[in-house]
Design a protein around this ligand. Structure first.
Ligand code: G6P
Ligand code: MG
Length: 213
């Protein structure tokens, strides 16, 4: 039995990964740069704000001031999309699964690269479910570095080998593995390298479905 289950937020508990894509797409369109859904899945999913922008503008010349302005602009577009989110946008099965985990005496935490993590959790009315929240303001090195998952494990006082991490991005799966945790991937198996388990989504999933071995 794990002592903690650490969830990514965007794309796992809610479909904000689509909103991140739409906001980046808006910015890319402004700049006359192409960006496809496929590129988003392969290069941007789960990747931090600056790293995402660097991918989009690769091969183009921009000053640091322009880079800062574009990150702020993307964040404004993203805010406009998450402003009106409600608990209806929690993925099907999400709340039931969190409740089952908590009633089994297992800690639940968040490990999200997003600086908007707490805002989204508040909109979804999920904040009080978590024993620890590690977000984009906590660690310097983003996924695939293990830091955010290690930080989340520390918040709930659990050794990393006793944690399971849940992620929709391959960068996140690599972060979980590098942290020494068991990794559960949510999404198509073709997206991931080396997770311990893959589930298509969270619908009708129970604690036993997240357990490895
Ligand atoms: C998460 C999302 C990414 C996003 C990153 C930073 O990892 O999956 O799509 O780029 O957070 O989010 P932020 O809200 O800080 O720009
Ligand atoms: Mg994600």
């Amino acid at each position: 039995q794990p002592q903690a289950i650490i969830f990514d937020l965007d794309g796992v508990l809610t479909d904000t990964s689509e909103y991140h894509y739409q906001a980046w797409k808006h910015l890319a369109d402004d700049e006359g740069i192409s960006l496809t859904h496929e590129e988003n899945d392969e290069h941007l999913r789960g990747v931090g704000r600056r790293e995402s922008l660097m991918y989009i503008i690769r091969g183009h010349q921009y000053s640091e001031d322009q880079i800062q302005e574009m990150m702020e602009r993307k964040n404004r577009y993203y805010h406009a999309l998450i402003e009106r989110m409600t608990p209806k946008e929690i993925v099907p099965g999400g709340v039931a699964l969190l409740e089952e985990i908590k009633s089994a005496g297992i800690k639940v935490a968040i490990a999200s690269a997003s600086k908007n993590c707490r805002l989204v959790l508040d909109r979804l009315q999920l904040t009080s479910y978590f024993d620890g929240i590690a977000d984009g303001n906590c660690v310097v090195n983003g996924k695939p570095a293990p830091d955010i998952f290690v930080y989340a494990a520390g918040l709930v006082n659990v050794f990393t080998p006793n944690c399971i991490g849940v992620e929709d991005a391959d960068a996140g799966i690599q972060a979980i593995k590098a942290a020494g945790m068991k990794a559960v991937a949510i999404g198509p198996a073709s997206r991931f390298h080396g997770p311990d388990k893959v589930l298509p989504n969270m619908e009708n999933k129970h604690l036993k479905d997240l357990l490895v071995e």
